[in-house]
Structures are given as structure tokens and as C-alpha cells.
Design a protein around this ligand. Structure first.
Ligand SMILES: Nc1ncnc2c1ncn2[C@@H]1O[C@H](COP(=O)(O)OP(=O)(O)OP(=O)(O)O)[C@@H](O)[C@H]1O
Length: 354
């Protein structure tokens, strides 16, 4: 996690106007030519130094929003100011004051990491006398010193992403936009990238990160917004969202599992008043109860199961995760909905090397 303190000396002083907000978007709406309403009335007020997550399933509108913020797309409605600059009237100033890591890596595979960073320095107008030091520091940051002079063509997906991350930082932008930077990476590569993002944020850089990974947002972000169908459905710190929307989860495994016995157990649990409108979902070998009062109802639960003649072989009670928040908010807490139905990904999902 991060300090919200900004350290202006770390970033080029002329890249940001006097304002407390790094990102100030009001009522951004994007309708594509074919009529798709990809983003509908999104407003964001992100302070300098924040690590902000923008979270949503495939097609929720994350990339469209990020493109509106980095001047690659004109919103149909609404306004955006980045570092105090208006994206409609001062796009050049916005571009100079940001780093943007797109979903597709933009590195030149024919070039070595050092050459890629030299190229980025030229493109971003980094003063010639500062280039060498910055390149060395960035190669260190992303652990590519050992392969600094090797052509990047055969690099792993994680190495390419690290190089890409370094190349958007050469001009020390006060704000960086990262569009699903860890999608498709293996867990180790993902953890390394998280580490770099945390480091740049600790040095005062505002980070705007889109991700499908709830755990990623939970781990890194000071605050986050959940996006669904182009609209923000909740904003807050991971802790606030979990305490506001997540309910404790009680998972029960019962002995000698047969459908009839599970059903009998569920009926018994439904009659427990203490739970106060719980959501109950059956599993292969038992059931899961979601309730704001799961912990208080523990002894009632065991008594009810005992009365119903059902023996428990295992149980677990846990605090909600952001997955649970998302399920609750998207009305996915019904008996039949699983995480897969939300389209959100988990870090335990199949890893793919790019
Ligand atoms: N150029 C386009 N023309 C028409 N519709 C588009 C265009 N680009 C995206 N869309 C649609 O807009 C919606 C939002 O897409 P967007 O790529 O912003 O979502 P996303 O949350 O970034 O998803 P993903 O994680 O898959 O990249 C989707 O329905 C998508 O099909």
C-alpha cells in the first residue's frame, strides 16, 4: 500500500499544474458510432499520489474510459482534466504529463531494453544529459539490467511488460495509466510488476490501474471504483467496500453427503432468526451461508443442524473479499451465481504466458 504523500521532486515540476486532483473526470459518456454506449456518466476525482483501481469484467468499459482520460478518444459528453489540464483543449500538455501503458505492449521487439528506453526518451523529449541516468535507474527498477543489451524479441510476457512499464516512465510523469498490465502473466511476473507499481507510487506517482483481478485491486489500491455496463456501481477503499457490501461467509461441509441431507440442513438454517435474511447456496458437500450476522449465529447454526440430525465434518467462517462485494453489488449473491458468472477473474485463474 502507499503513502498519499506526493514528492514533487521526483517528478518533473513543469508536468503538473497547481491542483490537488491528478484526475478529474465529470460525467464522461462515450457512445461509439455503432451506438454502443460503452461509458455512461463516469465521474472520477482522484487525488495526487493515490493508487486508484478501476475494476470491472470484460466489456465493462475500462479501456474506453482510460482512452478518454489519456486523450486517445473524445468523450461524447463530459469533461476530463488531468493534472489540471483539459483533455479537450490542452491534449498536448496532458500527454506530456502522463505515462500510458496500453493493454498491448508497445515495445519494439527488434531493439534491446536499453535501445527501447533510449527511443522512449527521444519520443518524450527527455533532456539528453539526463537520459543515461534515467535509463540505468529504470533498468534497475524493472530488473532488466542483466538483459539490457539483449534483443527483446524472445523475452517472456512478464519481461516485455516490465520493459513496457519502464518505457512509460522515462519522462517521470506524475500520473501513470496502466490498462490491465498483468493480464496473462504468471503469478511471479505479476507479483514483480505489483512491486514496481508500488515503488513508483511510493515515490509520489499517481497510479490509475484497470484490472479484472479483484485480488490485485485489493492488494494495491488505496481506492477503487467498480464498473459494470459502463457505469460506476461503487467507489471506496477495499476495506470500506468490504465492510459495506460484503457479508461474512460461513461454509459448512456435512458428513455423509446426500442431497436430501443437504436440503434438510438448508431448511434448518433458513429457520434461524439470528441470520436475518441470509443467502444460502448449496455446494457439492454442504452449503454456504452469506450473512451480515454469520458470526453471531454460529451456535444457533450448530444447534439447528444437530436438531435436524445433520453432522458437520468441517466448517469455515471468513471475512468477505472483493469478489463477494462484486457478487453482492451485481446481484450475484443468488443461489446459482458463481464468480465465473460475473466475468471477473481470480488470480487462481488459468495462467497464460504471452
Ligand atoms: N471501437 C468500438 N466500437 C464499438 N464498440 C466498441 C468499440 N470498442 C469497444 N466497444 C464496446 O464497448 C464496450 C466496452 O468495451 P471496453 O473495451 O471499453 O471494455 P473493457 O472493460 O476494457 O473490456 P476488456 O477487459 O475486454 O478490455 C464493449 O461492449 C465493447 O464491445
Amino acid at each position: 500500500m502507499t503513502s498519499r504523500q506526493t514528492h514533487p521532486q521526483q517528478n518533473s515540476a513543469d508536468l503538473s499544474q497547481e491542483t490537488d486532483l491528478a484526475i478529474d473526470a465529470q460525467n464522461v459518456t462515450v457512445t461509439y458510432e455503432d451506438g454502443t454506449e460503452a461509458v455512461r456518466g463516469v465521474s472520477l476525482s482522484i487525488e495526487k499520489g493515490e493508487f486508484f483501481g478501476f475494476l470491472g469484467p470484460n466489456g465493462a468499459g475500462k479501456t474506453t474510459t482510460i482512452k478518454s482520460l489519456v486523450t486517445l478518444l473524445h468523450p461524447t459528453e463530459g469533461s476530463v482534466r488531468i493534472n489540471g489540464y483539459d483533455t479537450a483543449t490542452e491534449p498536448e500538455k496532458v500527454r506530456r504529463s502522463i505515462g500510458y501503458m496500453a493493454q498491448e505492449t508497445s515495445i519494439d521487439r527488434e531493439l534491446t531494453p536499453r535501445e527501447n528506453l533510449q527511443l522512449a526518451c527521444r519520443l518524450y523529449g527527455v533532456p539528453v544529459d539526463q537520459r543515461e541516468d534515467r535509463i540505468e535507474a529504470l533498468l534497475d527498477l524493472v530488473d532488466l539490467q542483466d538483459v539490457a543489451d539483449t534483443r527483446s524479441e524472445k523475452f517472456s510476457g512478464g519481461m516485455k511488460k516490465r520493459l513496457d512499464a519502464a518505457s512509460v516512465l522515462v519522462h517521470r510523469p506524475p500520473v501513470v495509466f496502466l490498462d490491465e498490465p498483468t493480464t496473462g502473466l504468471d503469478p511471479e511476473a505479476r507479483l514483480r510488476l505489483w512491486n514496481y507499481f508500488e515503488q513508483i507510487n511510493e515515490k509520489g506517482t499517481t497510479v490509475f490501474l484497470t484490472t479484472q483481478y479483484l485480488e490485485e485491486a485489493d492488494q494495491l489500491c488505496d481506492r477503487l471504483s467498480l464498473l459494470q455496463d459502463g457505469q460506476i456501481i461503487a467507489t471506496g477503499s477495499p476495506e470500506t467496500l468490504k465492510s459495506e457490501f460484503g457479508m461474512d461467509i460461513f461454509q459448512i461441509t456435512i458428513e455423509n453427503t446426500v442431497e436430501e441431507r443437504i436440503e434438510r440442513a438448508v431448511q434448518a438454517v433458513r429457520r434461524i432468526d439470528t441470520f436475518n435474511e441470509p443467502t444460502i447456496r448449496t455446494t457439492e458437500d454442504g452449503f454456504i451461508v452469506r450473512s451480515a450476522r454469520a458470526r453471531e449465529a454460529t451456535s444457533d447454526l450448530f444447534a439447528a443442524l444437530d436438531d435436524a440430525g445433520v453432522s458437520v465434518s468441517d466448517f469455515d467462517i471468513r471475512s468477505p473479499t472483493l469478489d463477494d462485494v462484486f457478487l453482492a453489488l451485481t446481484d450475484g449473491s443468488s443461489d446459482t451465481t458463481s464468480r465465473a458468472d460475473t466475468g471477473m477473474a481470480s488470480l487462481s485463474a488459468q495462467e497464460v504466458s504471452t
